[in-house]
Design a protein around this ligand. Structure first.
Ligand code: BJW
Ligand code: ZN
Length: 224
């Protein structure tokens, strides 16, 4: 079984989503901040945004939905979580097979030597942070608009959804590609698609079952 998750999964943990009613982030448009162009133009502004979010996520706890997916692993089926989220809450909730399609807010990459750094502190000491190895600027280890997804994560996800019997699509608006493409890929390979979303969303008519509600309430029941 594969769970493809998005920002709605962490909404009940208090992590804001991108789109929709509560999704407006500090009067900034994420699509204007989550791009390499925005970072090149104003790295400090972009870093302030990410540092603010690190603080929010550090305070957040995995919710009943994260725990339910982790619990599912113990029940029998092999569960892979393919997540668009960068918050690490699936791992903290106990899921052991997590593919991070859009990277992680806890990772930083050097613009100079390309080294990957890991930093779990809620807030960084200096913005923008600098590489301890080469002194160049570090960037958030996430995938911005116009950037390719990590090839291994993408390939593993395509492979996983191509051979699963069930794809659970949880808390994502399905508007961002190529992640959203995983749904028709699974469907064409014969998977049953189950949507769990607070709102009525469609995903190109791919859903076999639609469950409207909050993932933190629906998933524990579904697992039961
Ligand atoms: C609940 C709930 C509760 C709330 N319970 N549910 C093909 C077609 C069109 C466009 C493109 C295309 N291919 C590529 C593009 C361009 C672009 C794209 O998709 N644009 C669209 C927006 C139009 N894609 C890219 O650029 C991607 N790269 C790429 O394609 O590379 C090839 C390329 C190279 C060079 C040039 C061009 C192409 C990269 C995409 C990277 C996305 N990055 C972000 C930021 C990550 C870092 C960060 O966190 O800052 O990823 S954007 C943002 O959106 C973030 C999310 O992971 C992603 C998805 O959002 P998600 O998770 O769906 O959240 P929301 O807020 O949209 O929805 C929340 C849902 O939850 C709602 O439905 C609620 O109802 C629900 N909900 N509470 C259950 N309690
Ligand atoms: Zn470096």
């Amino acid at each position: 079984m594969i769970a493809l998750t998005g920002a709605g999964m962490s909404a009940e943990s208090g992590v804001p989503t991108f789109r929709g009613l509560d999704g407006l982030w500090r009067n900034y448009n994420p699509q204007e901040l989550a791009t390499p162009e925005a970072f090149a133009a104003n790295p400090t502004l972009v870093w302030e945004w990410y540092d603010w979010r690190r603080g929010l996520i550090a305070q957040a706890q995995p919710n009943a939905g994260h725990f339910a997916l982790a619990q599912l692993e113990e029940k029998g089926p092999f569960v892979t979580v393919v997540t668009q989220n960068v918050d690490g809450l699936h791992q903290r909730g106990g899921s052991s097979h997590v593919i991070e399609l859009h990277g992680s807010i806890w990772k930083l990459r050097c613009m100079g030597c390309q080294r990957l750094h890991s930093d779990l502190r809620a807030h960084l000491r200096t913005l923008p942070p600098l590489c301890e190895e080469c002194g160049q600027m570090l960037r958030p280890g996430v995938v911005w608009f116009g950037e390719n997804l990590p090839p291994m994560a993408w390939e593993a996800s395509v492979e996983a959804v191509s051979s699963t019997d069930v794809l659970l699509v949880i808390g994502t608006s399905g508007q961002v590609y190529p992640a959203a493409q995983l749904v028709p890929i699974a469907k064409e390979a014969g998977a049953k698609v189950i949507l769990v979303n607070l709102e009525e969303i469609e995903l190109g008519g791919a859903a076999d079952i639609v469950i409207q509600g909050a993932s933190g309430e629906i998933l524990p029941k579904l697992v039961q």
